[in-house]
Design a protein around this ligand. Structure first.
Ligand SMILES: C[S@@+](CC[C@H](N)C(=O)[O-])C[C@H]1O[C@@H](n2cnc3c(N)ncnc32)[C@H](O)[C@@H]1O
Length: 365
């Protein structure tokens, strides 16, 4: 008898499918691409062992992942919702995450994908309206606690949802669809505010109030807004103007220069370095190398945005990470954040105690 195999799903940003697939070839050479749509890929694995529900895929372009349970089809959203509840009636779970393969992000603009996934709100209403009475009190789309078993209702197309499951571990696996549930503040200076909040939450950079953080490429100031909110003293480096609201903050100062024109010893008091300049990754890394390898500098952790003018440049990602390690940052991890565009965020820390992002939360059974 043919073994039907097991399937897992992967969510990635619309537009990143090819780079995600090519990274998957090295992360899981045993897995074969099966059904896929923009932002949603499934893989088949033939193995006698059950797939673990906390799939830890070494792939920077995976936003979240889990084991496929089944597909449900329906002609109406109510039919889909009823089929979903029927499909999961024997499952034990603590959280339900309902998300679209191409999510709408708070603060506007999703990734570069052209198509749109189904909207979440009508699905939520149908799932709530059709749910069995015994789970009437269950909340949907909450942040899962580490170790919780999460059911995923993935809105793949208007007539088709997928049911999956994963075990929450590292921070993004606790968010519905791997997208942080942040709301923009009333006066958001730029979308980089949300990107920085996500980078801080994902990397768990152990910042303390009053720490000094340099940000290269700081204009107009969304990321600085998030860093200031987190209690840091921020020194923004950018030849362009900063937003007045950031300039007026008592913990912010601006060096109106390019990164490489700032004297290396001016970075001496900094503990953290953030870079988000719109230049090629090589140029970002050259600037960072000159700073962090200088004798007077004691940077302990960095959040670097590496921008890829073309996706083909992402093939060099491993080389970029190797370069960063050579400067004494032993714990380096990349992720295409939900709020990243054609770019990835790299978190790099010097000490092991800082490395909390690699599924650092212990698993509960
Ligand atoms: C994507 S924007 C940064 C957004 C910003 N982080 C925020 O939170 O609003 C890129 C910025 O990089 C700046 N930039 C480009 N080359 C730079 C360099 N060599 N040094 C410093 N800033 C640079 C640009 O002036 C631009 O403001």
């Amino acid at each position: 008898m043919n073994d039907p195999g097991q399937f897992f799903f992967v969510a990635c940003q619309g537009g990143s499918e090819n780079v995600c697939k090519s990274q998957m070839q090295s992360a899981r050479p045993d897995a074969r691409l099966a059904f896929s749509r923009p932002g949603f890929l499934t893989y088949k694995v033939e193995s006698p062992n059950p797939l673990p529900e906390d799939l830890q895929l070494k792939n920077a372009f995976v936003r979240t992942a889990g084991v496929c349970l089944q597909r449900v089809d329906g002609k109406s959203i109510d039919e889909l919702a009823s089929s979903f509840w029927e499909a999961v009636k024997d499952q034990r779970w603590r959280q339900l995450h309902v998300w679209s393969r191409l999510p709408e992000l708070a603060g506007g603009k999703p990734g570069s994908g052209s198509s749109r996934g189904p909207a979440v709100e009508p699905a939520l209403a149908a799932l709530t309206g059709n749910r069995p009475p015994e789970i009437a009190a269950v909340s949907i789309n909450g942040v899962a606690a580490p170790g919780e078993r999460v059911l995923n209702c993935i809105l793949v197309d208007d007539g088709q949802w997928w049911v999956g499951v994963h075990r929450a571990a590292a921070t993004p696996t606790r968010w519905p669809g791997g997208v942080p549930p942040f709301q923009p503040p009333e006066q958001m200076i730029s979308r980089a505010y949300l990107k920085m909040r996500e980078a801080l939450a994902w990397s768990q950079m152990p910042i303390a109030s009053g720490d000094i953080c340099f940000e290269i490429g700081s204009s107009p100031g969304g990321a600085a807004q998030a860093l200031l909110e987190a209690g840091l003293q921020v020194i923004g480096v950018d030849p362009a103007e900063m937003d007045e609201r950031v300039m007026q903050h008592e913990s912010f100062s601006h060096i109106r220069k390019r990164g490489r024109d700032v004297k290396r010893r001016d970075f001496a008091a900094a503990k953290w370095l953030v870079v988000d300049s719109n230049v090629a990754p090589e140029q970002t890394l050259d600037t960072v190398r000159d700073i962090v390898t200088h004798d007077s500098v004691r940077i302990r952790g960095m959040l670097l945005t590496l921008k890829f003018p073309k996706w083909s440049a992402a093939g060099a990602l491993d080389d970029y990470l190797a370069r960063i390690r050579e400067w004494g940052f032993q714990h380096v991890k990349p992720r295409q954040l939900a709020y990243n565009r054609q770019e990835v965020c790299v978190a790099a820390f010097k000490n092991r105690s800082m490395r909390r992002f690699a599924g650092g939360q212990r698993k509960k059974h």
